[in-house]
Design a protein around this ligand. Structure first.
Ligand SMILES: N[C@@H](CCC(=O)N[C@@H](CS)C(=O)NCC(=O)O)C(=O)O
Length: 263
């Protein structure tokens, strides 16, 4: 049986749970939640499965596989029944181009936006010593350096405007594609839709939905996905233990974020 190392609100884990539930696979859950600075949560030898010490990791047949978009492709290869890859080579390339954007700026931008708006308050509450230990254990030094700037400067961070530009560009490209297509690649719900929908949910958790209210095709697509039973199981039901913090600080940040979004 598959084992998934994950936690409730991780966007990277949400996309893997989405595919697991769409495929109806049996799986065992192991919660690894370092996201509030608690590095002691990492199981022994976790870095052998994921050198970055992040979630998600899927373990199957004694092997650990990291990186959420790679895991999606792995699950398709290992469990090909009910495929979420388009049928033509061209549409598959299109699906992969969408997912390439995640590693090519979108996920880093999501982290910046999250830390600047809300996570910084969670870290500041934990105290200096714990967060120094958290950063000392962080193997991705770019992530660590960005975090340090974003925690210190919050909405004034020099990294925030570009992060919002990345998100606005992504959402508006998705909206343009969805104007005359139901799904991001090919003719059916695919790994691209699964991989990207989690960022709408993330931005919504900061009360940012008014930013894309004019992108009606994107909104309709999001509504279609939210109605899927697998979405309910994989995302909604797992919830978010930090929801109250996100709502509170997102509401406070809205004006600044809206200004940067429209700049
Ligand atoms: N590129 C990785 C990113 C993984 C990642 O950023 N994981 C986050 C959650 S979305 C994490 O483990 N956070 C724990 C922490 O911040 O301590 C992937 O797609 O799997």
């Amino acid at each position: 049986m598959l084992t998934l190392y994950h936690y409730d609100r991780s966007t990277a884990a949400q996309r893997v749970r989405l595919l697991i539930e769409e495929k109806g696979l049996e799986w065992k859950s192991v919660i690894v939640d370092t996201a509030r600075g608690d590095v002691d949560q990492l199981p022994e030898n976790y870095h052998q499965m994921n050198p970055k010490g992040l979630v998600p990791v899927v373990e199957n047949k004694g092997r650990g596989i990291a990186e959420s978009t790679i895991i999606l492709e792995y699950l398709e290869d290992a469990f090909p029944d009910t495929s979420f890859r388009p049928t033509t080579a061209e549409d598959r390339a299109e699906m992969r181009l969408w997912n390439h954007r995640i590693g090519d700026g979108v996920h880093v931008a999501s982290r910046t936006i999250g830390v600047c708006i809300a996570n910084r308050f969670i870290y500041l509450e934990q105290g200096k010593e714990k967060i120094e230990k958290y950063h000392a254990h962080m193997r991705d030094t770019v992530r660590r350096d960005n975090d340090q700037v974003n925690i210190e400067m919050g909405l004034q961070s020099p990294l925030l405007p570009d992060a919002l530009t990345t998100f606005r560009g992504l959402f508006s490209d998705m909206n343009a594609r969805l104007k005359d297509h139901d799904w991001l690649a090919g003719t059916a719900y695919s790994l691209a839709d699964i991989a990207l929908v989690v960022y709408l949910r993330r931005m919504e958790s900061f009360m940012m939905a008014p930013l894309w209210q004019n992108m009606t095709h994107l909104t309709e697509w999001y509504d279609r996905i939210r109605k899927r039973p697998a979405y309910e199981k994989a995302v909604t039901a797992w919830g978010d233990v930090t929801e109250a913090t996100r709502t509170e600080h997102g509401t406070e940040a809205f004006e600044t974020i809206e200004r940067l979004w429209n700049a």
